[in-house]
Design a protein around this ligand. Structure first.
Ligand code: PLP
Ligand code: COI
Length: 339
């Protein structure tokens, strides 16, 4: 069955109910095998720790339709490993890499008609998650857990996609210095809702958070990592215990070195040194590469390459990354898993 109801060219990042999702329970000390289901509603105890104490984590990865009709998953092993680390941080049982990838593949196959065609720029976004469920009320780890993966066809996360966007430096923090910033857990995103709303009301795409200890260094966007290109052609990206270690960020670090021949610096990115950069961007699975045209800090807008045009280094990184994802550019060993 095709999918005549979807206009692939105008897809944004909105919930669409697709045909099947994967669901597995953890009971009696282990994950059960899991199966696909049509039902997109979860029936869980009112005492579930996921509802009260934020005991939950999630992932985001995409499946891409290639020119030859095959389907690519991009570095799903990295998402599986990160979900294991998030589970460890919140005392939840980790899902094996094998079960994670198998669940993703099953969901993609069962929803093949929702994969945006090659050339539309869209992809099938997969949302794996683990939640603490079961009857409970004290602040403790849950007696049972659910691992599920659903999927949605998506286009650009930030409206307009590959064009420069303006971001606002937030006066709020999304995570604590030794908190859960490096884990992909819902609490970080709950904390980002109000600052994000305020930034959007002022006309910005989103906000950028500073380090929660000193508020002098850029950390990340609420939904993506930050990178910049210095005037002497170095690829710079923040490194901090409260930043989410993004898989797009990791991939760009490797591509900047191996394909663009740039020196890479992972470290402190001081907010009063924005003038060192000729280009900047936000990077993530949903955001892909979203060029940053300007950053407002203390009522002053710092413009990078241009407020309207994409810088050449950002464009080359984008071409390399997205070319690999949709199978047009040779991928480094192990990056692509065929469905
Ligand atoms: N930082 C935050 C807070 C995110 O939500 C995301 C998105 O997943 C990223 C960074 C980028 O991570 P990735 O490239 O693995 O999608
Ligand atoms: C992703 O890029 O996968 C994200 O999780 C970002 C956002 C949708 C929360």
């Amino acid at each position: 069955m095709g999918n005549e109801s979807i206009n692939w060219d105008t897809l944004g990042f909105d919930y669409i109910k697709t045909d099947k999702r994967y669901l597995a329970h953890w009971r009696n000390g282990e994950w059960e095998k899991g199966a696909l289901t049509d039902d997109n509603q979860l029936h869980i105890s009112e005492g579930s720790t996921a509802l009260h104490y934020g005991q939950q984590c999630f992932e985001g990865l995409k499946a891409y339709r290639c020119k030859d009709g095959s389907i690519n998953l991009f570095r799903p092993d990295q998402n599986a490993l990160r979900m294991q680390r998030s589970c460890d941080r919140l005392l939840m049982p980790g899902v094996s890499i094998e079960q994670f990838i198998e669940a993703c593949k099953e969901v993609v196959k069962a929803n093949e008609r929702f994969i945006p065609p090659y050339g539309t720029g869209g992809a099938l976004y997969l949302r794996p998650f683990v939640i603490g469920v079961g009857d409970n009320i004290g602040v403790r780890t849950a007696p049972e857990f659910i691992f599920s993966v659903f999927c949605i066809p998506v286009g650009a996360y930030f409206k307009g996609g590959m064009k420069p966007h303006k971001f606002l430096i937030s006066t709020y923090d999304r995570a604590a210095p030794q908190g859960t910033g490096a884990a992909k857990v819902g609490g970080n995103y709950a904390a980002s809702l109000l600052p994000g709303k305020k930034a959007k009301e002022k006309g910005f795409a989103d906000c950028i958070y500073l380090d929660p200890l000193t508020h002098t260094k850029i950390e990340e966007v609420g939904s993506a990592n930050f990178f910049a290109i210095t005037k002497d052609d170095k690829f710079v990206t923040p490194k901090s215990p409260s930043v989410l270690p993004g898989i797009t960020r990791l991939s760009l670090i490797e591509l900047a070195k191996s394909r663009l021949g740039l020196e890479v610096v992972e470290g402190d990115v001081y907010i009063d040194k924005l003038g060192d950069f000729k280009e900047a961007g936000a990077c993530g699975t949903a955001a892909v590469i979203t060029p940053i045209g300007g950053i407002e800090y203390q009522d002053k807008l710092n413009v990078f390459y241009s407020e309207t045009e994409v810088g050449p280094v950002t464009q080359r990184l984008y071409n390399e990354l997205t070319g690999i994802q949709k199978g047009d550019v040779e991928a480094p060993e192990g990056w692509i898993v065929k469905v």
